[in-house]
Write a protein that binds this ligand. Structure first.
Ligand code: 13P
Ligand code: 13P
Ligand code: MG
Ligand code: MG
Length: 373
């Protein structure tokens, strides 16, 4: 049986105003390119949306992960979007497109990518997460809660297909090496790593007893690639649900409360991750607070399950009063953090700041320091 691949590829191709949100004419181009690709049979279905100022392409196809054709399509689409953004003089047009030449795979170029390839079950719900003004390691806490904390996911103790636990593929983003750790057996070692969000980020999650893929997240860190600040590595993540995997409600329930993530203004501050519906997918206050979109789809015969008009059915999960408490708490936390101005811990430590320009501001002081006796 052919496997289905779900690819979520994103880039900041230019935004309005500043880093707030994606402009409609830019989204229209992405939509048009995706429609053409579907017609040409390159992809089976798609959904274009935005997470703050990031343009997000959700696609289904049968070409597997890291397909040059699919990544090439995303690249071409983003280039066309960036061209429009440049014409309109939108902000940071093409900021995530670090290279002029596409080399077969968008990984390491700038765009973020999360992909899941699986043999379809009787029914396949997939949850799509896309965040703005934060980094891939922002999903460490989320994926830990979903796949390793029975306090969040009661299926870990109630569903006999889940009691085996899950394995986490963890990337060391600084050394570019990875390690797989099993939960619950190696939970403490796992937490020792993924709690250090400055360095470690979860790439993938698998079910222990059969290696079934359960989740994938993007791990592009733009400043590690470019060597200097070019924009934040706003992350995406795909999580499969139900029937021996966490239920949809277990995948969303970590957002009963917000938690602090690195990013926000100039990629240099801690801020609460606020779950919002698509209508609030814009980063306004201090370029934030960092926001996350959660969409629910069903994958069906290689497609996003569609309505009678062929339109994919997408459920905007956080557009719901159930997340009002998290939003309220997020704003209280945002207010508290902002009271600290540029003082740590509101400001990130020097190693974690995505803007790598602070040393330039301090360079002129170098000669003025006198050695203490
Ligand atoms: P499943 O076994 O179908 O995943 O049921 C669990 C559930 O839906 C709880 O919300
Ligand atoms: P983005 O990474 O979302 O473009 O944000 C950049 C920024 O500096 C916001 O203050
Ligand atoms: Mg931007
Ligand atoms: Mg962004």
């Amino acid at each position: 049986m052919v496997k289905t691949t779900v690819s979520l590829i994103k880039a900041d191709v230019g935004s309005i105003p500043g880093h707030v949100t994606v402009a409609k004419p830019v989204m229209n181009i992405a939509e048009k390119k995706m429609a053409e690709a579907q017609k040409a049979g390159i992809i089976n279905s798609y959904y274009v949306f935005n997470a703050g100022d990031d343009t997000e392409l959700l696609m289904t196809h049968s070409k597997g992960e890291n397909s040059p054709e699919i990544h090439g399509l995303a690249w071409e689409t983003f280039m066309a979007c960036a061209e429009k953004a440049k014409k309109l003089k939108l902000y940071g047009a093409g900021q995530d497109l670090l290279s002029d030449a596409f080399s077969g795979n968008v990984k390491g170029l700038g765009p973020g990518v999360a992909e899941l390839e699986f043999k379809e079950r009787g029914s396949d719900p997939v949850i799509v997460y896309a965040a703005d003004k934060t980094e891939p390691a922002a999903f460490n806490y989320l994926l830990y809660k979903i796949f390793a904390d029975p306090g969040n996911t009661s299926g870990l103790i109630i569903d006999p297909r889940m009691t085996c636990g899950f394995s986490f593929d963890v990337l060391d983003g600084k050394e570019n090496k990875s390690v797989v750790l099993r939960s619950p057996e190696e939970l403490y070692s796992l937490l020792a790593l993924i709690g250090a969000t400055e360095t470690y980020m979860i790439k993938k999650v698998f079910r222990n007893d059969d290696g079934e893929i359960a989740a994938a997240s993007s791990t592009t860190k733009l400043n590690y690639i470019a060597g200097k600040y070019v924009g934040k590595d706003d992350p995406v993540c795909l999580v499969r649900a139900q029937s021996g995997l966490p239920s949809v409600g277990e995948i969303t329930s970590p957002f009963l409360h917000p938690y602090l993530v690195a990013g926000w203004m100039r990629g240099s501050h801690w801020g609460p991750l606020m779950p919002v519906g698509l209508k609030n997918s814009k980063c306004t206050l201090f370029d934030g607070p960092p926001r996350i979109i959660g969409l629910g789809v069903q994958v069906s015969d290689g497609m996003l399950a569609s309505d009678d008009d062929g339109k994919p059915m997408v459920v905007d999960l956080f557009d719901d009063p159930a997340f009002d408490l998290a939003r309220q708490e997020a704003m209280e936390l945002a207010s508290f953090m902002r009271m600290h101005g540029v003082f740590q811990p509101a400001r990130l430590g020097p190693g974690a700041m995505e803007y790598t320009t602070l040393p330039q501001c301090l360079a002129s002081l170098e000669g003025r320091f006198k050695k203490e006796k």
